[in-house]
Design a protein. Structure first.
Length: 316
């Protein structure tokens, strides 16, 4: 009798586990988009809001300040963001000159306090003019030396870390994607995207890893394999059926070296259910379809033919 009382609890627990992963990608943002991985895809008519950043990606995440508001490179500052640029005070920028002048002022004050006058009384007909002339010469020499060292330091800072000229070494802020070139797609490309959407869903439901590996990058194949293995370890299975493509809109397409990328916003409906090992539905509905809008990124290498999936992002 006690075992029967535990069945509802076990069933509810399995339902919670089943909802952790559903449909290819599991409702997460995963994969890589080349140099655009950590920049937001341009908005489209069916994704007017934001796109969720990558939850998992093989592409290293940039520095927290790189490309964020307030970040500016020497070659391309971003006015209006972050705190104003710090400029050291004159004594900090010219400590030697400031110390020199301070020494003269201190000596004069000491002379006044000791009863010898500002400059020792300035006795003699030419003492004042001679002293003034010496001050001008020494001051001019100090200014020349400071200017020479200042220009030398500025020239060193303007070059790249590897010693390249500044015109060749300045890197643009992240998200500017200076190494990519926009491309134009054809109707055949859009047909391939729709076909991949349907075929990947079918291979996922059939747990056909060989087919998935032929339609996705090794990174995405690894994510799919981990998700399917996690379901299997819990005695569950996710089945996506009756997939109907409704609408698509290109977000961006670009070229990097020998690779061409395309991020497409796609809206589609499907029947999404998760079952236990006995075939009982533990999550989703077999009669009520759900509608999903996601951004899928595809990549194609020169001379290698077909497009394959490289990323899935959730639309806001």
């Amino acid at each position: 009798m006690r075992n029967f009382r535990l069945l509802p609890i076990a069933f509810a627990f399995l339902c919670v586990l089943g909802t952790a992963v559903a449909r290819p990608g599991g409702g997460s943002s995963i994969g890589s988009r080349g140099s655009h991985t950590w920049s937001a895809p341009p908005r489209t008519s069916i994704t007017p809001g934001w796109a969720r950043p990558m939850d998992q990606s093989a592409t290293p995440r940039p520095s927290p300040n790189y490309g964020a508001p307030g970040y500016a490179s020497p070659a391309r500052p971003m006015p209006g963001y972050g705190a104003p640029a710090y400029r050291p005070s004159y004594p900090v920028r010219h400590p030697f000159l400031s110390g020199f002048a301070g020494g003269f002022l201190g000596a004069g004050l000491f002379g006044l306090l000791s009863g010898h006058g500002m400059m020792g009384g300035m006795t003699g007909g030419t003492s004042f003019f001679g002293f003034l002339f010496q001050v001008l010469i020494i001051g001019g020499l100090i200014a020349f030396v400071l200017r020479m060292f200042g220009n030398r330091r500025q020239n060193q800072m303007s070059g790249s870390p590897m010693g390249m000229p500044s015109s060749a070494g300045a890197a643009p802020p992240f998200g500017n994607n200076g190494g990519s070139t926009p491309v134009t797609l054809t109707n055949d490309d859009y047909t391939s995207f729709q076909r991949l959407l349907l075929d990947i869903q079918a291979a996922w439901s059939a747990q056909n890893m060989r087919a998935l590996s032929n339609m996705a990058t090794p990174e995405m194949t690894g994510y799919f394999n981990a998700q399917l293995s996690d379901l299997a370890s819990r005695g569950a299975r996710n089945i996506v059926s009756n997939v109907q493509f409704q609408r698509g809109d290109l977000s961006e397409a670009w070229r990097e070296g020998s690779l061409t990328y395309a991020t497409v916003a796609m809206r589609y409906s499907m029947t999404d259910v998760t079952t236990d090992s006995m075939g009982n539905v533990i999550d989703g509905s077999s009669t009520e379809p759900v509608t999903v809008t996601e951004l899928w990124t595809f990549v194609r290498a020169d001379g290698r033919g077909n497009w394959i999936l490289s990323a899935i992002q959730q639309a806001g």
